[in-house]
Design a protein around this ligand. Structure first.
Ligand code: PEP
Ligand code: MG
Length: 755
């Protein structure tokens, strides 16, 4: 940047800072600022357009255009050159504005006199606040340095809007982060909650935007970047054993941290007058703006990396860590871009709800949220930009919707919904100790699924008769290194203690596919769901499986033990796994450990092939549990993790139910106990159909036990079975409406009781 411009830009920034420090209403400040910029940049016009609402820009101050147009001229996002700048988040620079694509003539402003136009977005961390425009009579293209200088000024304006500098009178603008915002994301754990935002990564607040000594400021920046580089290098050396993806992210961090271009751009901003942190934030803002335009997932990831890195740098420069010293508000709702399962567990049941900008339904964080029964919404676009600590927020985990700063109407509608849910909860609690016996007399045992200690209190609360599925892999997924046998034994023992004699079916490690351990190398597989996972890994490399079996035997310490193997695809696999377990039993016996008084060895039926195994298989297993999530994905050839197809096929389809019925029949023939532990077991209508085709044991999330029990108590399984048969004979494709119609005619439970 030429020296003259550089000093001018510095002077301008200082004067802007002084303006901010002076008392005065928002409009006055805006007017002064447009004057300052026009004089300093020697242009005929300087105007500030700010967003009135998310779709409308309003001319809020001008030097050079007609004053009457202020607060009158409005543009839609994308409309005219100003709207174009706002939409794209990129500057528009033209020597002949009327000839530009999208130019819109606004006679009330008198702008026909001005030929050249330069507009830059006023944006902060990807959040558009408005557009800053300069115009001149003379037909000229503004130089790159002028564009840069105007961007720097816009950056300062954006920060000033954040600090509320233009709020206060008729004019200017509503303070940011005041309007209600509704965000539609993905439902990952049902339930609704109302509370206050708690940002997992609080925003860094920059109060010194402008520097007085560029050399000293550059020194400060370089020192901070050096510290950043060292910390990234440390992370990398600590991650030598981490998986490929994790290392790739860190490599990208290192690449950015050492990028000359990045440092140079920030130094240039400092030379233009910005402080080191404002320069870092300017880079971050631009990366975020680009992020919104990039469809390519790989590039988006890299821009996210750059964003993370800018955050780290900002924290070093400002000394603001994650620990802000603030206390969790009452009824905290956690808002984060993403969160690891361990971090979420640390917050634990203190949270009322969780909203993630990214995340996924199958992520480990979702698993933990489910275990803690906290409503969770994922894919809530821009939530970390929109939300401020302490904002009121409503999370609707049933619909996947978030209401930030809700207005009274929305809040009261939600309170009604929450009240209805609370009533339902009270009804379910009243049923807690009642067995699920249908009107026809059939008894269905309801068990719960679990995976972490935090689940266990639900055993009492839900009235579950036992744990039908204990997913042991969660202990492995939640850690950064392989757990030790003694840790596992202690944990399993605590689980059995908590179950107090009720049966717990421990499923051996089910890793691979969606369940990835950060510290274990895994091969790149073209189709991991059908790849080297679960028992396949255990049989090929039995070290971890054996360690787990030893831990289970020691934990039982003479008590009854149930073990089941995941994803068994043929009889030989079950036999192989059982042989390993029997060898471990012998070994533990030799070592003098107490053996379980009763040992049950079962399998999960998750592949269609197993349903057609020889009769000997059904006789050999002590019990079978249908893993409906996997079984369904293989039955319909529809990936359970793929949003495009995962909801495409209904469990309540004749083909799937008849397939399950066949398994029920085969188990009945062999006298093999059978249960169903996929997610569908926890949906009342699906559970009803499963019970009607003969399943007498269902295992589900604890929160589902009440609703499922209520449904079974009200229904007559014989009637349901007749409806299913009738529909099948008539060739009805869809079962769900038939069952919905049936239950709509059923009396409520209290009415049945009275009758
Ligand atoms: C299933 O596949 O249905 C199951 C219960 O196991 P998971 O969801 O852990 O794969
Ligand atoms: Mg499974």
């Amino acid at each position: 940047m030429p020296h003259r411009l550089e000093t001018q830009s510095r002077k301008l920034l200082r004067r802007l800072r002084d303006t901010l420090a002076e008392p005065g209403a928002g409009q006055e400040r805006l007017d002064r600022i447009t004057g300052l910029i026009a004089e300093s940049m020697v242009t005929d016009v300087c105007s500030i357009y700010l967003f009135r609402d998310p779709a409308t820009l309003e001319l809020c101050a001008t030097r050079g255009l007609k004053r009457d147009a202020v607060h009158q001229t409005r543009l839609k996002l994308g409309e005219g050159l100003v709207g174009r700048v706002a939409r794209a988040g990129e500057p528009v620079n033209s020597a002949d504005a009327p000839a530009e694509r999208g130019f819109r003539f606004m006679p009330e402003t008198g702008e026909e006199a001005f030929c050249s136009f330069l507009g830059v977005p006023i944006q902060r961390l990807g959040e558009r606040r408005g557009v800053l425009v300069v115009q001149s009579r003379e037909a000229r293209r503004y130089s790159d340095d002028e564009v840069y200088a105007l961007e720097v000024v816009a950056m300062v304006l954006a920060e000033m809007t954040e600090l509320g500098a233009f709020v206060g009178d008729e004019g200017a603008m509503a303070p940011p982060h005041m309007d209600p915002v509704m965000i539609r994301g993905g439902a990952a754990q049902e339930g609704t909650a109302e509370g206050l935002v708690w940002l997992h990564e609080p925003r860094v607040v920059i109060t010194n935007l402008v520097n007085d000594d560029p050399e000293a400021e550059k020194e400060r920046l370089r020192a901070a970047v050096d510290r950043l580089r060292i910390s990234v290098d440390d992370l990398l050396s600590a991650a030598q054993t981490a998986d490929k993806e994790h290392r790739e992210i860190l490599e990208a961090y290192r690449m950015f941290a050492h990028s000359r271009g990045w440092l140079k751009r920030m130094e240039q901003s400092i030379e233009s007058g910005l402080s080191a942190e404002a320069a870092a934030e300017k880079e971050q803002s631009q990366a975020r703006a680009r992020l919104q335009l990039v469809p390519d997932p790989y590039l988006r990831d890299r821009l996210h990396d750059l964003d993370d890195l800018s955050n780290r740098l900002l924290r070093i420069l400002t000394g603001q860590g994650r620990e802000t010293g603030a206390d969790l508000p009452e009824r905290p709702i956690l808002v984060a871009r993403n969160i690891g399962p361990g971090e979420l567990l640390e917050y634990g049941r203190k949270l009322r709800g969780v909203v993630l900008e990214e995340g996924s339904v199958g992520s480990h964080a979702a698993v933990v949220a489910r275990a803690l029964a906290i409503p969770l919404v994922v894919h809530a676009a821009r939530i970390t930009t929109e939300a401020l600590n302490g904002d009121a927020i409503i999370v609707d985990g049933d619909e996947g919707v978030v209401h930030l700063r809700p207005d009274d109407a929305v809040a009261s509608a939600f309170r009604d919904k929450i009240a209805v849910q609370a009533q339902a909860k009270a009804r379910y609690a009243a049923l807690r100790d009642r067995p699920a016996i249908a009107r026809c007399g059939a008894r269905v045992k309801l068990h719960m699924n679990a995976g972490i200690m935090a689940d266990l209190p639900s055993l009492e609360g839900s009235g579950a008769e036992g744990v039908g599925l204990f997913r042991t892999e969660l202990q492995f997924l939640l850690r950064n290194s392989m757990p030790r046998r003694s840790d596992l034994a202690a944990l399993y023992a605590r689980v059995m203690d908590a179950a107090a004699g009720r049966r717990v079916a421990f499923r051996t490690l089910d890793i691979g596919s969606d369940k990835v351990m950060p510290y274990m190398n895994r091969p790149d597989e073209p189709n991991p769901a059908m790849g080297w996972r679960a028992l396949r890994v255990g049989l090929d490399k039995p070290g971890v499986l054996r360690m787990q079996m030893q831990a289970l035997i020691r934990a039982a310490n003479g008590r009854a033990l149930s073990v089941m193997f995941p994803l068994v695809s043929e009889m030989a696999e079950f036999e192989g796994a059982r042989a390993i377990l029997m060898r471990e039993i012998e070994r533990e016996d030799r070592l003098g450990h107490k053996l379980p008084e009763k040992l049950e060895i079962g399998a999960m039926l998750e592949t269609p092939s197993l349903a057609f195994a020889p009769p000997a298989f059904f006789e050999k297993v002590d019990f079978l549990s249908i893993g409906g999530n996997d079984l369904k994905q293989f039955f319909f050839a529809a990936d359970r993790e793929n949003e495009l197809v995962r909801r495409r096929y209904d469990t309540l389809s004749f083909s799937f139910l008849r397939f399950i019925a066949r398994i029920v029949a085969r188990c009945a023939e062999a006298g093999t106990p059978l249960s169903f532990c996929g997610e569908d077991a926890g949906r009342p209508l699906d559970a009803l159909a499963l019970a009607a085709i003969g399943l007498r044991e269902l295992s589900m999330r604890p929160a589902s036990i009440g609703p499922v029990k209520e449904m079974i108590l009200r229904a007559d399984l014989g009637e349901v079975s007749e409806i299913l048969d009738g529909g099948y004979r008539r060739g009805t494709e869809r079962i769900r409406p038939l069952l919905l119609d049936y239950i709509s005619r059923l009396p409520r439970l209290d009415q049945t009781e009275r009758a």
